[in-house]
Design a protein around this ligand. Structure first.
Ligand code: ADP
Ligand code: MG
Length: 498
């Protein structure tokens, strides 16, 4: 705001100065010119009067009388020089007693002009008013000349005085104008400052909405417009807030409903799987008892088919039960000391294909530096590995499946990587994400040949997460895949490892 005030004051003072200066300069100059012109006229009249007064003495060549006339002009008017010249422009008298110029030729340009044109000449040169004119007895008889010179020094001094006075007045005017300008500037800028302060307080979060009184002029209208904008903004804000609230409310309601639905579904699945398992176990038990009775070949085949289908069904049901338990948040891990190498050797032994039927070799490579004794849920770790190795064997026709364990101990924690690498069909890149979601398979036709529900990886990766780890996959279609289970386990020191 100080900026605007300063500008207003400076501009006003400059304008006052400029106008006052210009007006005074013009008026002083005009007045000076007028007084010089008046002085010139006066000198002219004086010269002509003197010319008439010395007509007779010139005629008679009465120098004494001429001197009296001249000295009276000297005394009365304070002239620089007053002279009477004869017809040949020689000095007759200059008004003084000793008259040192007497008899000298006087030839100044203004006199030459008066002589040649037989007229009165008045000139201003270097602050001196020069007048010269002929004294005629008759039209063609010239007796002599009158020469007068007056200094304008007095007029110049008066002029200087005027200039000084005017400057003083201009200074006083500028001072008064400054005071007036400060008052005016404050008067103009005060409402603007009020409005700016108000806007600043709004920016800093003030909830006050009464715009300060800013008058009826442009600033007042600006303040009114500002109020309108503020009110509009407030209304929009309130509407937005209400909308956001209702949206939030709806989202919460729907999330709750979805969560409840999901939970109910998982609970239903868990109960159902559990309920199916009991009669299923009875069927399996009875089938195996039946197999032990004496049956002919055909009957034995039927009984074996019942057993195998029952086992497969039970595996599916177990998968659904596990998955729904995890989804319902009901699966709890049991931690106990275990020997990881022993666990993995067991899995490899159990899953190793019969060399007579299958060309795939299954190997375990346990890094010498990798820790073995850990605290973990043995059953669930086995489930993850069985799944990964089972998939690898299922999708590999020839070549090998390798389980490679690396890792090291730091801060009493065993950081382990268990990588299951196969030389099988591989997985297309766009399916890599999908295979970890429940019931999804990379290639439905292929899976139809191999069987499966698409639950294995979903369960395995969720179990890995529950343990604080994860499962990553890298694959090249046609070349093979590597599934890596990484997890940090607490070390079990008291475990006797071989
Ligand atoms: N080692 C593997 N090689 C090729 N494809 C695999 C491999 N492991 C898993 N997959 C793909 O991921 C899908 C999901 O596997 P998974 O969840 O275990 O279900 P399922 O074995 O019941 O089909 C499989 O159907 C298959 O398409
Ligand atoms: Mg599987």
């Amino acid at each position: 705001m100080a900026g605007l005030t300063t500008k207003l004051v400076v501009y006003t003072v400059l304008i006052v100065f400029a106008v006052a200066g210009a007006v005074s300069a013009i008026s002083i100059t005009l007045a000076h010119q007028a007084s010089v012109a008046a002085y010139e006229r006066h000198a002219n009249v004086l010269a002509k009067t003197l010319g008439e007064a010395v007509l007779e003495p010139l005629y008679e060549l009465n120098v004494k009388q001429m001197r009296q006339q001249v000295s009276s002009v000297h005394a009365g008017e304070g002239a620089l020089r007053v002279m009477i010249l004869d017809a040949g422009t020689r000095v007759l008298t200059d008004g003084t007693d000793d008259n040192p110029l007497r008899g000298r030729q006087f030839s100044a340009p203004f006199l030459r002009q008066a002589r040649e044109n037989a007229e009165w000449v008045t000139r201003l040169e270097d602050g001196v008013i020069q007048v010269a004119g002929p004294v005629q007895a008759t039209a063609d008889r010239r007796l002599g000349y009158v020469v007068l010179e007056f200094s304008t020094a007095r007029l110049d001094a008066e002029w200087m005085q005027h200039v000084r006075l005017t400057l003083l007045l201009a200074g006083v005017c500028a001072g008064l104008a400054s005071v007036a300008a400060v008052i005016m500037a404050n008067w103009i800028t005060r409402p603007i400052k009020r409005l700016t302060d108000f806007a600043t307080s709004i920016r800093l979060g003030s909830t006050k909405r009464s715009v300060p009184e800013c008058g009826q002029d442009e600033v007042g209208r600006l303040a009114d417009a500002f109020t309108d904008v503020l009110n509009h903004l407030d209304r929009s804000n309130a509407e937005l807030k209400a909308l956001a609230n209702s949206l939030e409310h709806k989202v919460k309601e729907r999330t709750q409903a979805a969560e409840a639905g999901n939970k109910a579904k998982s609970e239903f699945l868990a109960t159902m799987s559990h309920e199916i398992r009991t009669p299923m176990n009875a069927v399996l038990g009875m089938a195996s008892l039946l197999e032990e009775t004496s049956l002919d070949e055909e009957q034995a085949l039927y009984a074996r088919t019942i057993s195998e289908s029952g086992e497969a069904l039970l595996a599916v049901i177990n998968g659904i039960l596990d998955f729904s338990k995890i989804e319902a948040g009901k699966l709890e891990l049991r931690t106990a000391p275990l020997d990881l190498e022993e666990l993995l050797s067991g899995v490899v032994r159990m899953l190793a294909p019969n060399p007579a039927e299958n060309q795939v070799a299954l190997r375990l490579e346990y890094d010498a530096g990798a820790p073995k004794g850990i605290l973990g849920d043995e059953g669930r770790i086995r489930q993850i590995i069985v799944n990964l190795v089972g998939n690898a064997l299922k999708f590999t026709e020839a070549g090998s499946v390798t389980v490679r364990v690396t890792g090291r101990v730091a801060d009493r924690r065993a950081g382990l990587r268990i990588a299951v690498t196969d030389t099988g069909v591989g997985i297309p890149e766009d399916s890599l994400e999908k295979i970890f979601t429940a019931f999804s398979q990379a290639n439905s036709t292929a899976s139809r040949d191999f069987g499966g529900t698409g639950l294995g990886l979903a369960i395995a990766s969720r179990l890995a997460h529950l343990m604080g780890g994860g499962i990553e996959v890298q694959s090249m279609p046609g070349k093979g895949s590597t599934f890596t289970f990484t997890c940090d386990f607490a070390t079990a020191d008291d475990l006797v490892t071989g």
